[in-house]
Design a binder for this molecule. Structure first.
Ligand code: 5RP
Length: 238
């Protein structure tokens, strides 16, 4: 009998199905995202008998540990350019029907976007709570924006000028005091703009990226397919 909660079952069924349907035969390099759902994707990959020679590229510290713990070969993104990864599997915080998504709830957005951008295919795995009609409709914590610590105050004021309704400096780093520090030594500003229509996602992403001091935004519009696990074990594919 399964001991997983229905939410964990949902994550597992989405991740297992995505790996079974998309893990490329004869793949050489595969990107691995971050978060709790990707744990099941890596678990499933680790059960395959054709991954001994495949290199897995992580998107942060958690992801690196996951690759090592599952006995897979670890690579690093510094060695790869656009199109060099066969596929990347990653989680998401909110996904709209056009496959735009918000990522970075775990603070790994920069490396996640970097690794996804180098992959020929980007596959999202998530539970049913992440399906949304528009970004910012369900995920009201705000779009995570990674910024240089030197520029955090300046970017905060820029974001309000761009129309942000709230900007929260993410806290709870290792010391639990002061701003959280990413794997890249930066801060995160969780920025709520209200719901963002699918047609406006790209423009908002570009406007934020242009601000001096912004490293990356948690707005992604590069996914090819998304798998959502349901509480009853079913899987919906967008
Ligand atoms: C981390 C991320 C994660 O992929 C996202 O937060 C989803 O995590 P989970 O699968 O635990 O819901 O973007 O930066």
């Amino acid at each position: 009998m399964s001991t997983l909660s229905s939410l964990e079952e949902a994550k597992k069924s989405a991740a297992y199905r995505a790996v079974d349907e998309h893990f490329p035969k004869n793949s050489k390099v595969v990107g691995i995202g971050s978060g709790s759902t990707v744990i099941y994707a890596v678990e499933r990959i680790g059960q395959r008998d054709d991954v001994k020679d495949v290199i897995f590229v992580p998107t942060g510290f958690q992801s690196k540990q996951l690759i090592i713990e599952n006995g897979l070969r670890l690579g690093c993104i510094e060695e790869y350019g656009v199109g060099d990864l066969d596929i990347t599997f990653d989680g998401a915080d909110e996904v709209d029907p056009s496959l735009n998504c918000i990522k970075g709830g775990g603070g790994c957005l920069f490396q996640e976007k970097l690794v996804a951008s180098c992959a020929k295919k980007f596959v999202l795995v998530a539970d049913y709570t992440k399906q949304s009609t528009a970004l910012g409709f369900k995920w009201i914590q705000g779009i995570p924006i990674e910024v240089s610590p030197l520029a955090a105050k300046k970017v905060e004021s820029d974001l309000f000028r761009l129309g942000a309704k709230s900007v929260t400096w993410r806290s709870g780093g290792k010391s639990k005091a002061g701003p959280a520090v990413t794997d890249n030594g930066n801060f995160i500003l969780d920025t709520y703009f209200g719901p963002v229509e699918a047609k406006d996602v790209d423009a908002l992403d570009k406007a934020i990226k242009l601000l001096v001091g912004v490293i990356e935004t948690g707005l992604f519009n590069i996914a090819d397919i998304a798998y959502f696990g349901g509480s009853d074990g079913s899987v919906t594919v967008w």
